[in-house]
Design a protein around this ligand. Sequence first.
Ligand code: IPD
Ligand code: CA
Ligand code: CA
Length: 257
Amino acid sequence: MKDLDLVEIKNRILEAGEIIKKNICPKDITEKTNKHDLVTNVDKEVEIFFRKKINDNYPEDGIIAEEKMGKKATSMKNRVWILDPIDGTANFIFERKNFAIMLGIYEDNKPIYGAIYDVMNEELWEGKTSLGVFVNGKKYELNKNLSLDDGIIELSSVMLTGHRNEKFYNLINKSRGFRVRGACSIEAIYVFKGLATSAVHTLAKAWDVAAVDVIAKELGLISKSIDGGNFDFLDDELPSIVAFPKAYDEIMKILKK
Ligand code: IPD
Ligand code: CA
Ligand code: CA
C-alpha cells in the first residue's frame, strides 16, 4: 500500500473548496429520496474530482462516497476513503454558507486521517491519528469537559419531525438549548470549539461521521453510535453522537431510560 501524502491531500481538499466557491450558484438541483434530500451538479463534480485523484494515486484503495459516482468499497480491509463532497447541501443551495467537505481515511477499519473543510470560512480541520488536530495547519488542543448543563446541544432536524421522541425533549431540557444547523460537519465543529456540549444525529451515514470520528477522538471527545457502540462504516445508517465525556454520559443515561 502506497504511503499517504497528507500535504497533497490537504491541497486537494483546498482545491475542491475552490471548485465549490466558483460554482456557488449550482446549475442543477435534484431531489434524491424526498424534497429535503437534495443533490446538485457541484456535489457530483466534487466527488468525481476526489475519485479521480484517489484512483490515480492510490488505485488499490476503496471509496465510500455519498453521491455514488463510482464503485463502493465492500469491506473496510486495507485502506478506505469515506467522502461527503458537500455536507449540508441544503445550506449550500439556500444559504451559500454553513457547508463543508468531509473526508475520513481508514486502514483496516482504524482511523488514520479526518478532514472537515468549512469552505466559506476557509477553516480546515485535520485529525491525524496519534499526531493530534490541526486547524489551518496549526495544532489545536481542547482542554475542557462540558456537561449538558454547560451549553447548547446540536440536533438534526429529523429529531424534531419524523424521529420525534420524548427522550430528545429530555436531552433539550437537560441542556441550555438546542440548535439545528443543517450540517453534521458544522455542528461537530461547534463541539470541537467547545461552543456546544454535544451533537446527536439519528439519520447519519458513513460519510457524515467518518471524518468527525477521527478528529473527535484526537481531541479526547467521545464519538459513538447512538447505541453506545463503535461505527461500522459499511452500515446504511449510523446514528451518531459526538460529545464531551461528561455530556456523553448524561446523554446515554437519558437515551437508555
Ligand atoms: C445532511 C446534513 C444534515 C443531517 C443529515 C445529513 P447532506 O447531509 O449533515 O445536517 O441532519 O442527516 O444527511 O445530505 O447535506 O450531505
Ligand atoms: Ca452530502
Ligand atoms: Ca452529509
